[in-house]
Each structure stands twice: as structure tokens, then as C-alpha cells.
Design a protein around this ligand. Structure first.
Ligand code: UD1
Length: 369
């Protein structure tokens, strides 16, 4: 990367997205870059392809349709990453971008970063530096490799700075810009904070999401987790927009049926409908990463069914409690949450202020030649 002298030709940026959590991260960066003289090209890898896992987000978040969809679809990690690399290389060779922007920690992120770095194209990583220190998580591998390959690291919280320095990243490449997910939440807060949807048959409820391989891929484990969640659902019903991966596993499980009065399974929701559901919930039980941040911002109790988190500020400054497999703790916390809303914090974590996208755009325009 060299300092930008005279802008002879406009910057051309390729955004690479593929899975559901990428879309709300790209939206504010795309919008902010529109204010600068920058050409933007969106590549959708097709890692997520169902209408309610992908298309709905583009419409709702008012992002233009992808310029190209690589239609990779599902597969083993090796097959998915390899297929994305194979197809994306041609795109980079043809489009000759000045920078490739990748988001978060999914397979599309690491695949695009590998292709770009090998072709000598600078990579910007949005949501850099997060670490769970758990190498059994595929996302942790994706995060570490992507950060090694990136030239611009846009970090959402201060802890990410120390993580990157420890891995030998030059501090000049690290930019504390804030949280792009929260930018999107703020942009759409009018729709998120509207009255509770009428089709939800409960006035008081918790929200449940579950999709991590560590929770859902082993039927024995999933059955045990679901038994505990039924206990929680006996106190107050849990609304469960089930990820297709989880739904497929539940459908396959013999001698197992959900009790609808305790766990109310619905299809995955679009962005504002989902956060509207969360906004009116008493608490959230989840294994998602982004939802730990959204509940912290919305001041909702969040009980995370994981032993670790790559988002520690949601625990130290927010409303997140790591439950791991301590279901006695979960039941206790659910009981408490029903009596008391999440404690009012004075403010959100630093730079979770709706301006992360703008900060990223300014840094890109200033630093990419
Ligand atoms: C991926 C990400 C994960 C992220 C999650 C958000 C990786 C390694 N994992 O996990 O970090 O939290 O997205 O959802 O990149 N499927 C559909 N329709 C779709 C997409 C998937 O039916 O549009 C089903 C398929 O059966 C597929 C399964 O879900 O095999 C898993 O999809 P996949 O993209 O492999 O991983 P996710 O579990 O979604």
C-alpha cells in the first residue's frame, strides 16, 4: 500500500459478501463510499442462497443487487472455500480492483482474502481482530488467516487492537472505527422499534437462535440442549426462527418433537422483523456472534450458549452472559430476566455510534493508492 498522491483514476472497490451476517455489515460501508468518487462492485459468493437467508436482506437494507453472484452454495468447508476461490479469481483478474473489502469471519471472507492477497490486491477486513481463542470454531481460523492477509484492519472494539498486535500486525494498519452492525441497527431503528408484530401469539416471550456446528451438528448434543431449552420455555415461551442447518437436523432427529407451547419454531426472519422481535422480547438465548452485539446495544438480556466469545465487550460492557453448558445458570438467569429488564447502561461501547461506515470510507479514500 502506498500513500495516495494524485488521484488519476477513481478507486475501484470490490465488496465480497456471502452469508447472512455479511449483508448488514456491508450496507453502511457501501453507503458511506457512495459519497466519495469510488467505483463499487458487489460480489455475492452465494454461500447463502435461500430467499430468507439472502435476497430479503438486499431489498430491506436497500443495497443494490450484487453485480455478480458466484452461486457457490453449500458444501464442506474445503469445497466451499475452494469453489469461492476458483470463481473469485476470475472476477479479480477481470475487474482489477484497487481494494477488496471482506466482512466478518465466514468462509466467503477468508476465501476472497486469499485470492486477493495472492494476486497482490490489497484487502480491507471489516470486523478485524476479534478472537475467541477457540480453534475448533471454523470462524476463528477464518479470522486469523484473513487478518494475516489484510492491509487495512477495521476493528469494532479496543480488545481487537491487542489481539492483532500479538499476532504481529503493524499498528499502522489497525483502525478503530466502531461497529458496522450497529450502524445498520441505528439506520433502521425506526422499523426495529415499531410495535410488536401481531402475528406473534405471545405478549411475553424470549427469542432463541441456534446454529453453531458445536451445538447443532451432533444430534445427541442438540437433543440435550433442546431438552434444557424446553425447561426454559416452560417459564416463558421461546420464539425460535430456526436456521436451515438447525431445522434440517431437528427434522432428522427421531423420537423428538418440539412442544409448541414452549418452543415456537418459525422460519428465519428478515432483518427488521427479527430485531423487532428481539426489541420486544424479555431476553435472547443464542449462539450467534452478531446478536450478542445487537442485544448489548438494545439493552436486552443475552444468554449465550457458548463457552467463549470473540466479542468480550458484550460481556464486560454489555448485557451478555456466557452460559456455556451450565443450564442451571441459564434457568436462574431466565427467572431473573423475567423479573427485571436488562440493567440500563449509561452508554454503548465506544464508537458504537452509527458512524463506523463513514470512518471506514474516509480511511480507504485517504490510504488506498
Ligand atoms: C455460516 C457461517 C457462520 C455464520 C452463519 C450465519 C461459515 C464457516 N459459517 O454458517 O459463521 O454465523 O453462516 O448464518 O462461513 N442453508 C440453506 N440456505 C442457505 C444457506 C444455508 O438452506 O441460504 C443450509 C444448507 O443446508 C447448508 C447449511 O444451511 O448446508 C449450512 O450453511 P453454511 O453456509 O455452510 O454455514 P452456516 O451454518 O450458515
Amino acid at each position: 500500500m502506498t500513500a495516495r498522491k494524485k488521484a488519476t483514476k477513481p478507486l475501484k472497490i470490490i465488496h465480497v459478501v456471502g452469508a447472512r451476517p455479511n449483508f448488514m455489515k456491508m450496507a453502511p460501508v457501501y453507503r458511506a463510499l457512495q459519497k466519495h468518487k469510488v467505483k463499487q462492485f458487489i460480489v455475492h459468493t452465494g454461500q447463502h442462497y435461500s430467499q430468507n437467508m439472502s435476497d430479503i436482506f438486499f431489498k430491506e437494507l436497500r443495497i443494490k443487487e450484487p453485480d455478480i453472484n458466484l452461486q457457490i452454495g453449500s458444501g464442506s468447508h474445503a469445497k466451499q472455500v475452494a469453489a469461492i476461490m476458483h470463481a473469485f479469481e476470475d472476477v479479480v483478474l477481470k475487474e482489477k480492483p484497487s481494494l477488496v473489502l471482506v466482512y466478518g469471519d465466514v468462509n466467503s471472507t477468508v476465501a476472497a482474502a486469499l485470492v486477493s492477497a495472492k494476486l497482490g490486491v490489497p484487502v480491507g477486513h471489516v470486523e478485524a481482530g476479534l478472537r475467541s481463542f477457540d480453534m475448533t470454531m471454523p470462524e476463528e481460523i477464518n479470522r486469523i488467516i484473513t487478518d494475516q492477509l489484510a492491509s487495512l484492519h477495521f476493528i469494532p472494539s479496543k480488545d481487537a487492537h491487542a489481539n492483532l498486535l500479538r499476532e504481529g500486525i503493524n499498528k499502522k494498519k489497525i483502525h478503530f472505527v466502531g461497529n458496522v452492525m450497529i450502524d445498520t441497527l441505528i439506520t433502521f431503528s425506526g422499523s426495529i422499534m415499531k410495535p410488536r408484530p401481531e402475528h406473534i401469539p405471545f405478549e411475553t416471550y424470549g427469542v432463541l437462535t441456534l446454529h453453531r456446528p458445536s451445538n447443532v451438528d451432533d444430534p445427541k448434543k442438540l437433543k440435550a440442549v433442546m431438552a434444557e431449552l424446553h425447561k426454559a420455555g416452560a417459564k416463558v415461551p421461546l420464539i425460535f426462527p430456526a436456521h436451515p442447518r438447525t431445522k434440517a437436523m431437528l427434522d432428522r432427529m427421531k423420537n423428538f418433537a418440539l412442544d409448541k407451547r414452549k418452543i415456537h419454531l418459525i422460519e428465519p426472519l428478515g432483518y427488521t422483523d427479527f430485531l423487532n422481535l428481539v426489541y420486544h422480547a424479555e431476553f435472547v438465548i443464542t449462539d450467534s456472534g452478531g446478536l450478542q452485539e445487537e442485544t448489548t446495544y438494545l439493552k436486552k438480556h443475552c444468554f449465550t450458549l457458548r463457552n467463549n466469545t470473540e466479542r468480550p465487550v458484550t460481556v464486560t460492557e454489555g448485557t451478555n452472559i456466557l452460559i456455556g453448558e451450565d443450564f442451571d445458570l441459564l434457568h436462574k438467569k431466565v427467572g431473573e430476566a423475567l423479573k427485571k429488564p436488562a440493567s440500563e447502561r449509561k452508554k454503548a461501547p465506544a464508537r458504537w455510534d452509527g458512524k463506523a461506515g463513514e470512518r471506514i470510507a474516509k480511511i480507504i479514500v485517504r490510504s488506498v493508492a
